[in-house]
Design a protein around this ligand. Structure first.
Ligand code: CUA
Length: 328
């Protein structure tokens, strides 16, 4: 019995290091145990009452059904003790659910003072993470056992930041900051999902959160920033292509994606949706990054978000240099 319980719940302690269970991912954050405890509490209470009510209903139907031709029941009075019991017991249970749920909700909602702050930029269909030193990555890297607060904003529509292993999920609504925090309790790599339907690429809007020890995290951030700073433009452009969201819509192998492929794009003639043609030179590419709706290539939808304010001039130049390496 104990093994079955452990298999279903991932360990009965609901603390830290538990691995995944039959139906839930590992508990890799501080609040995960509390969230699971609440989940099982509500599940078990619901199951007990479901079975109790269905069994009683069935028994009563069999025991008290009216035989053909018999008189109807008369003179059934109310029973005060019974009615108080079936009102007060559920009241206590739902009040306990509210109290425990609200306590855990407040814990998840309010970050401890001095949390490590990371900016999260959600856009169709990519997560970008900006660290205090300005470095941007497309995977979230965080230190172990330290409170991390995410300041999240959306460039376009509503997305939702969801890490099942941390048991946290928060909508990212355009026009305001949405915050969520966590303290990772396990090293490793966990999946990030977008949990709000946001268009064509919604199901591809996944990433990972990588939990390092404190020292490893500091080392990772320093090395990643230093490596990017001293790369030649075309290589920096290739990094930006991967990490800033271009790759979700533009391939480099000739296959059409949500947008035109980048293979052989630079210097080629592109037929536009208004019947004219444009040569894909530096100015056209810069315009397409800053004002994507200005010229739409024939056969594609005007869905690309603007990168104005999100890419520096030098980064646009890096991307153009990268595109030049993809000529046929
Ligand atoms: Cu972003 Cu779904």
């Amino acid at each position: 019995m104990h093994q079955v319980w452990d298999l279903v719940t991932g360990g009965s302690t609901f603390r830290g290091q538990a691995g995944g269970s039959l139906w839930l991912p590992p508990r890799a954050s501080e609040v995960a145990g509390q969230v699971d405890w609440l989940f099982y509490f509500i599940l078990i209470v619901s199951l007990v009452f479901f079975v109790l009510i269905v069994v009683l209903m069935t028994l009563f139907v069999i025991r008290y059904h009216r035989p053909r031709g018999a008189e109807g029941t008369e003179g059934v009075e109310h029973n005060t003790a019974l009615e108080i019991t079936w009102s007060v017991v559920p009241l206590i249970l739902v009040a306990a659910m509210f109290y425990l749920g609200f306590r855990t909700f407040m814990k998840i909602a309010v970050a401890p003072a001095g949390s490590y702050e990371i900016l999260v930029n959600a856009q169709k269909w990519k997560w970008l993470f900006t660290y205090p030193n300005g470095y941007v990555s497309d995977e979230l890297h965080v230190p172990l056992d330290e409170p991390v607060e995410l300041m999240m904003f959306s460039q376009d529509v509503i997305h939702s930041f969801y890490v099942p292993a941390f048991r946290i999920k928060r909508d990212v609504v355009p026009g305001r900051y949405n915050k969520v925090w966590f303290r990772a309790t396990q090293k490793g790599r966990f999946t990030i999902f977008c949990a709000e339907y946001c268009g064509t690429g919604h199901s591809d809007m996944t990433s990972s959160v990588v939990v390092h020890s404190r020292q490893e995290f500091a080392k990772w951030l320093e090395e990643a920033s230093a490596a990017l700073a001293k790369k030649p433009p075309a290589e920096a452009g290739a990094d930006l292509y991967r990490t800033r969201g271009c790759a979700s819509c533009h391939t480099t192998d000739g296959r059409p994606g949500i947008g035109p492929t980048f293979k052989g794009l630079f210097g080629s003639s592109q037929p536009l949706s208004d019947g004219t043609t444009v040569v894909a030179d530096e100015n056209y590419i810069r315009e397409s990054i800053m004002d994507p709706q200005a010229k739409i290539v024939a056969g594609y939808q005007p869905v690309m978000p603007t990168f104005k304010g999100r890419l520096k001039d030098v980064e646009i130049t890096d991307i153009i240099e990268f595109l030049k390496t993809l000529e046929d």
